[in-house]
Design a protein around this ligand. Sequence first.
Ligand SMILES: C[S@@+](CC[C@H](N)C(=O)[O-])C[C@H]1O[C@@H](n2cnc3c(N)ncnc32)[C@H](O)[C@@H]1O
Length: 224
Amino acid sequence: MVDDRWWRGMDAVVAERIGGNGRVLDIGCGDGGFVERLCAQGIDAIGVDPRAPVHPRLIAEVVEDVGAIGEFDAVSAVMALHHTKLDVVVAAIRRLLRPGGRLFVYEFAWEVYDARAEAWLAAHDSSAGDNSVARWRLKHTGLHTGVAVRTALATALELREESERPYLARMLGIAELEAEEQAVDRRRRTTRDRPVVRRPAPKWSGRRNRSSRVTDSARCGCRS
Ligand SMILES: C[S@@+](CC[C@H](N)C(=O)[O-])C[C@H]1O[C@@H](n2cnc3c(N)ncnc32)[C@H](O)[C@@H]1O
């Protein structure tokens, strides 16, 4: 079965924004599931990823080394940019987008993973995995942070739209939890970032507003 956890719903967004017959390049396409989904909507999509399987619509290379493949109406990158050499990949994106073309990015900010997210996972992750903040940070050190990805993109391209959405339920692969995670986040917003899980005051002091959310945080989706 195709693992659509990261790009689920994004095909509709891309199709709506560029129309049904644009040309799209998916960077870090993995097994090509997103490319296939776009093609099913009538979009002329191809993917690039050094780990791509043999497929007529997939190029098994890093995007910065890819040869002449023309320009695209849109480029997408789903959970891919935090792994890349950001400066060269952003330059490649600029080269590959036609003037006025659009970039669609789904990324995560692993640096905001905190005790609150850890507590949410403790309640919902049935695996024996170590979801402690310390382990999380250790595991992700070396990947670009969400802030670094956003900054690199914002300096090279005009930022048009941005939204935050739940991450952990998708990471667990439990779609039914997404609504609950979203509700927790909505409550956080309406209660002015009051943490759901109360911990001794010193642990929260000065960090609550920035990091007490359960969304857009946590570990990388890659199993590598
Ligand atoms: C977490 S996986 C995401 C796969 C897919 N987008 C998905 O949503 O299932 C990140 C992918 O980015 C690819 N990648 C990393 N650096 C890349 C680069 N410079 N150019 C193209 N792909 C790259 C990796 O090989 C990996 O398959």
